[in-house]
Design a protein around this ligand. Sequence first.
Ligand code: MN
Length: 426
Amino acid sequence: MHPTNDPALRSFVPVSPECHFPIQNLPYGVFRWKGESDRHVGVAIGDFVLDLGCLVEAGLLDDVDRADILFTAEDLGPFMAAGREVWSAARSAISQLLRDDEPTLRDNPILRRRALVPLTEVEMLLPVNIGDYTDFYASREHATNVGSMFRGPDKALMPNWLHLPIAYHGRASSIVISGVNFHRPVGQSNRSTAAHPTFGPTQALDFELELGFLIGPGNPLGKPIPVAEAADHVFGCVLVNDWSARDIQQWEYMPLGPFLGKNFCTSISPWVVPMLALEPFRVAGPPQDPLPLPYLRSSGDWAFNIELEAWLQPAGSPEPERICRTNARHLYWNICQQVAHHTVNGCNLRTGDLLATGTVSGPDPGSYGCLLELTWNGGKPLRLRSGAIRAYLEDGDGLTLTGWCQGSGYRVGFGSVTGSVLPALG
Ligand code: MN
């Protein structure tokens, strides 16, 4: 166990048992003071963000190689590219400074006021320049449900699904940080298989509950990453809402896959939970049968016991309501297999690339990670406590994803990713 993951550790910064940011988490993010433009790299602790640039100035991160460059950068890119040894040293140094038995920061009120900024006073930004975004389709339950709807239960899984982690190249330019709202997309659809398609605002706007892994060091073009080395290339994890327009998607997806039904907006949570913080929550994934080809055989447990929830706040309703509760441990293909598969042909990953899991669905209907499944393509609308009925999202609806690993008396959490639907433009 990495010493920073000791469940007995406590910080001098108060952290409640439900708070997502105890000393065992220490997720990284990029923030600015509200109303200012300077970007800062920080770590969340309790209801505060610890400004790492301040710690560098005070000479408190001298044990971390090139800390002066890494933590005064515009975003997390340089730190993410630095690799595991630097990540481990930084985490150890930051954890030590935040411990309740460590006086350096605790007993220095001037530095503490400068370095510990209330989360209410900052605005979070994208943590890194995401150059490429790949979306996998790693949940067997999700793939089976969608396949059953569109092709029938006997042909639910395509013949390749159990042999390789299916994915498509998504669009990085439209990835936004939590809190950014977007306009309902317009496009072509042909849901009734009429003679001619129609054009207009999507009538089947959906969310997708996903996790996203951010790449640390990349690989040179032409040099695949072996499955056993894949973990060295993964820096951390965020929540992803891969907003989808199902009617547009259904009409356009054959034969080249998703396009405008997917690329109008993808939201991510601002705090990157480092893989080191997730170590204690690694669990065995579902058994893989048939055995994958040798280049996809990972050893060790690479599923993660992460509780995941989706909350819908219908337009005009005073509060959100939980509509999905699932767990990342259900995912069939793991991140090591995804990295190995993505690069096996020589494709190069770069620092900041986002590899999302695809919709995380579990075995029972309450654990489906999108409305397509929850309402069975609109056929069984959700009846919410507020009285609202939803087949798909309506204008003014807000959707929030959250997730956490449950420790003994603390939560290593992801915070949340939220977004609201604005009316179509024009
Ligand atoms: Mn997706």
